[in-house]
Design a protein around this ligand. Structure first.
Ligand code: MTE
Ligand code: CO
Length: 422
């Protein structure tokens, strides 16, 4: 607010300097100083007493004023909370990293509780030398750090037939973006020696679901990671502690958590959920098979139904996320009028391969209703389609891979609602 120097470093000095500088800020959405606001004229309690000692919270948690920032579930979506899903509160976040405690969870049989000392990872099948690794063994291989998004193939799946859930947490929150530390799967496979007829791997989890997924060997040797850290600390139990598979840019169900075995084979395995997981039913009844890469997508997170514009007319910031399983995001456009006029948004923060990107669009709101949309263009030149364009060739029989453009209607009061425009 002001450059403090000399006497301004004292509290009285700060107040005086603040009063003098306040007026200049009025245009950018600040109040005129000198209005008698007790938050500035009165001494606050936290200014009079010492705060908590350093050992009050050996593992820190957010302050109580942030208690709304949490994962949420939609109870009617699934029959059973251990085979269910919750959603990342995208509208409460900024930047590109999802904090560990807010990463959405998807389990088929609940979050397994594994003692790392008793956990093993086995590599078997078409290899010269079947191997078993302890967690300690894994940590002796060279490791890498990468930021990747994980998006469930069912993200936005409830929106195929029309606007349904009122909040980006629910329409787009089956996604998180985390920095992983792990060993390239290639190094472990090389250690075991993949035979020339080894064309696929089967990744298996140690949870009660014993979830298994088939992955082509080319992807396994390319950029998959056997990860044990997220955002610098150990994986959370919910995210697969002590070790999970990271399959960059590909749908979340292949990122096997609580990873215990990799089998090398010559063809894909048949999985219990084969027909629903690996295929997208199209309008004409044919199915798209092996649709693993997540196409470019974006969403405006603020404003949105859970995060209305409460400040009225004037300077307003639109922000959101964009990502692509095929590379980086080259550009994001934003429209205020349902697609009649598009404006280039500003991307801020790192632009990393297969990672979320943060965009902003600043404008002066005249208080009239808005039809907000964002449209991502990735490094391959692919342009995020409208929902109607997607439906034209995919129909509405699928619940997977809906990367269509999202619309929020914002009324004069700043309240936002999930709608569709055609
Ligand atoms: N791995 C195991 N072992 N068990 C599971 O139920 N769910 C999969 C995948 N890996 C699952 C799993 C699905 S469908 C998704 S979308 C992601 O994990 C979700 O990862 P997250 O819980 O870290 O968000
Ligand atoms: Co999933």
């Amino acid at each position: 607010m002001t450059k403090n120097s000399g006497p301004a470093a004292t509290r009285r000095g700060f107040l005086k300097a603040g009063l003098a500088a306040g007026g200049a800020l009025a245009g950018a959405g600040a109040a005129q100083a000198g209005s008698g606001d007790p938050a500035i004229t009165e001494i606050q309690p936290w200014n009079q007493e010492n705060g908590d000692p350093v050992d009050a919270y050996p593992y820190g948690m957010p302050i109580e004023y942030e208690k709304n920032v949490k994962r949420r579930t939609v109870y009617w979506l699934t029959a059973d909370p251990v085979s269910s899903i919750n959603f990342t509160p995208l509208h409460e976040l900024d930047g590109i990293i999802t904090p560990n405690g807010l990463c959405f969870e998807r389990h088929h049989s609940g979050a397994a509780h594994i003692d790392p000392a008793s956990h093993r990872l086995m590599i078997n099948g078409l290899v010269d030398k079947p191997l078993v690794f302890t967690m300690e063994d894994l940590k002796r291989f060279p490791r890498e750090n990468h930021v990747y998004f994980l998006e469930c193939a069912a993200n936005s799946g409830m929106e195929w037939r029309g606007a349904q859930l009122n909040g980006c947490q629910f329409t787009h929150g089956m996604i998180h973006n985390v920095m992983y530390t792990g060993v390239p799967l290639r190094l472990l496979l090389e250690e075991a020696g993949v035979r020339t007829n080894g064309k696929w791997i089967l990744a298996e989890g140690a949870d009660a679901a014993g979830m298994t997924r088939s992955i082509p060997i080319e992807k396994a040797l390319d950029d998959c990671l056997v990860a044990f850290k997220m955002n610098g600390e150990a994986l959370r139990k919910e995210q697969g502690y002590p070790v999970r598979l990271v399959v960059p840019g590909w749908e979340g169900n292949m990122w096997v958590k609580w990873l215990r075995r990799i089998e090398v084979g010559d063809k894909p395995w048949h999985h219990r959920e084969e027909t629903s997981k690996y295929t997208d039913l199209m309008a004409d009844g044919r199915a798209r098979r092996f649709t693993w890469v997540m196409d470019a997508k974006s969403v405006i997170t603020n404003p949105s139904p859970q995060a209305p514009l409460t400040h009225g007319k004037g300077p307003t910031i639109i922000t959101g996320m964009a990502w692509s399983g095929r590379g980086t995001i080259k550009r994001v456009d934003v429209t205020l009028d349902g697609g009649k006029n598009w404006h280039q948004a500003r991307i801020s923060g790192p632009s990393l391969d297969k990672s979320m990107h943060r965009f902003y669009f600043e404008f002066d709101w005249d208080g009239r209703p808005l039809l907000l949309q964002s449209r991502a263009i990735d490094s391959t030149g692919y342009v995020q389609p409208t929902k109607d364009e997607l439906r034209k060739f995919r129909g509405v029989n699928s619940i997977y891979h809906n990367n269509g453009i999202q619309t929020w209607y914002v009324n004069e009061k700043g309240e936002a609602e999930n709608v569709e425009v055609s």
